[in-house]
Design a protein around this ligand. Sequence first.
Ligand SMILES: O=C(O)CCC(=O)C(=O)O
Length: 263
Amino acid sequence: MLTSEQLKDYDRDGYLLLPDFFSASQMQRLEQVGVADQALEEGARDHMDQDGRVSRLSLHYALPDSAYAAYARSAAVVDPIEQLMGDRVFHYHHKMMMKEPLVGGAWEWHQDFGYWYSSFLFPDMGSCMIAVDRASRANGCLQVLAGSHRMGRLDHGKVSSQTGIDLERVPVVEERLERVYCEMEPGTVLFFHSNLLHRSDANESPHRRWALICCYTATFNTPFHEGAVGDFTPFERWNPAQVADAVETHAARLAGEAGAVKG
Ligand SMILES: O=C(O)CCC(=O)C(=O)O
């Protein structure tokens, strides 16, 4: 459970960075599954940055039998999210952000609610970013503007093929709010508010930067229009043993499909 100090920090800053949340060996196993998983690769979408570099992400609105969905169901993630939001939550989606060595592109300044707004009325939504690899400034770790969630939702428009805020506003905001580079060891997590401004640089290093981001909405805040994607129903939350079992089941399935997943 999060402490009252941590809840206060989140209210003030719009994020909470928690090292050693999962172990390095758990993250290594998750990555082994991800790397061996052809479906993850084939299901990934490319997003171009301003310089034409590509960031890949593999996103699921459902919670299928997968190692990634197991983390999205994990009570270790969902319980703190509910504490931070002060409400029960539904899973919205989860996605593996695959910023590959030397080629992984940047993400422009944006708020997640900047585009989730098209389907949801309230910004009572939040995410948990789980560092699968080490994330540093060199391989394009997430950057946040501390406290920017308190500005409310800003206008978003097209920035290259991404959706982002008017970049002329950023220096003005930066005069008042600190830019924080969220460097994360594998297993560090970052909980963040849907109105927190964030971005990341391209990965010019030889090191992969994968992160799993799990996104939730308060149960009262389901999409306001028909046809919005997502399954807004109660879901089972799993303890660490159930998560570990699901990861191994996924690894075994892949091994059956294509030879052993190296452990
Ligand atoms: O993975 C990243 O560096 C950026 C992710 C992001 O901005 C997002 O998912 O909204």
